[in-house]
Design a protein around this ligand. Structure first.
Ligand code: KG4
Ligand code: ZN
Length: 337
């Protein structure tokens, strides 16, 4: 089964062609990062307009690079939530029109389910059940993937998402948008033990996360340096902040692994491309003799391939959508409409 996957929930217009949920035939991503950088973050209205400008060309290129004609496509999968409503509407409207015009079946995909499914493309042997930490710009979820498209949520963030914390701290230390990759690079030059930033633990909810206190601690540290006339060593702040994030992500994950006796662990989402997180989680899994899975960095951040893979497993369960499919900005994981 060959599926065209379309993703436009935030600032990437992406399309890809994937065979049987696992074999990547093409993966085209038009990033809007350079446009949003000057505003320090994604401007939703500008993002919507940029998606409209790019989507036809991105889909055309995805089909071309896959050497696939639209006739050979069995279904079109599209992200319908969660995300920014304007950007989502561009992808959903385009996919509906294309499916209707070409007589293809349509599948609505949950963006986070897409992130999880990126693992199926790069780890051909991975099958549920497994535990997965999803860390992106908008979400931080620790889940048991009990079957394809079935999740038991163990923990989530109480405030900022991990990627959001990266982006906010990067802005505060003058690294700009998007913060994740910039802090990742800067941290390599710094000392992760230079500053003891807090590791938040939520009483009674040991698998939940909180990153807003850490963000405030970084801001307080920067203010107190300024008041005392001390120079801020940016690479040390980046490395110490990142160490605190990674400690909590790995710590909570391993607590859940031990409690639930998980045998396989996967990471997903934009922050899963972080080198320190990949190393630390890999080591923690090795120590427990568990298999550790992660997508290649290009499939961690938003892309159409992960949407096509998730769509395939929905299609196997007859999870087709009608033309009434709409964008659902606040769509919850495990919720289908
Ligand atoms: O999954 P994604 O592309 O979009 C959402 O669904 O939100 O994730 C984007 C987030 C941004 O916050 C970005 O700063 C973060 O992922 N990110 C990283 C890295 N690359 C992207 N965070 C830490 N280290 C990275 N290397
Ligand atoms: Zn995403």
């Amino acid at each position: 089964m060959i599926i065209l996957g379309i993703e436009s929930s935030c600032d990437e217009t992406a399309a890809a062609v994937v065979k049987d949920g696992r074999i990547l035939l093409s993966n085209v991503i038009a990033s809007q990062i350079s446009t949003h950088t000057k505003y320090g973050g994604v401007v939703p209205e500008i993002a919507s307009r940029k998606h409209i400008e790019a989507i036809v060309q991105v889909v055309r290129q995805a089909l071309e690079e896959a050497h696939t004609d639209i006739e050979e496509i069995d279904a079109i999968g599209v992200t319908y939530g969660p995300g920014l409503v304007g950007p989502l509407l561009v992808g959903v409207s385009y996919a509906k029109a294309y499916a209707y015009g070409c007589g293809k079946r349509l599948i609505g995909v949950h963006h986070i389910e897409g992130h999880v499914s990126a693992n199926y493309i790069d780890n051909k042997e991975l099958e549920p059940p497994f535990m997965c930490l999803i860390v992106s710009g908008g979400h931080t979820h620790l889940v048991n993937v009990t079957d394809y498209g079935e999740y038991e949520i163990l923990g989530r963030t109480m405030d900022d998402a991990a990627g959001e914390a990266y982006d906010k701290v990067a802005r505060a230390i003058g690294l700009g948008y998007p913060g994740g990759p910039k802090i990742d690079a800067e941290a390599k030059k710094g000392d992760p033990e230079a500053i003891a930033f807090p590791r938040a633990h939520i009483d009674g909810d040991e698998y939940d996360f909180s990153f807003s206190g850490l963000k405030s601690a970084v801001l307080n540290y920067l203010n107190s340096c300024e008041m005392r006339g001390e120079t801020v060593i940016r690479e040390d702040v980046a490395a110490s902040f990142q160490a605190a994030v990674v400690d909590v992500l790995v710590g909570n994950s391993m607590k859940a692994v031990d409690k639930y006796g998980a045998k396989k662990f996967a990471i997903a989402g934009g922050v899963a491309s972080n080198t320190a997180l990949r190393d630390a989680m890999g080591q923690a899994c090795d120590k427990r003799g568990m298999s550790f899975y992660r997508p290649s960095p290009i499939l961690c951040t938003d892309n159409g391939a992960m949407i096509a893979s998730a769509a395939y497993y929905r299609a196997l369960r007859n999870g087709y959508a009608g033309l009434a499919l709409n964008a659902v900005p606040g769509l919850k994981l495990g919720e289908t409409i």
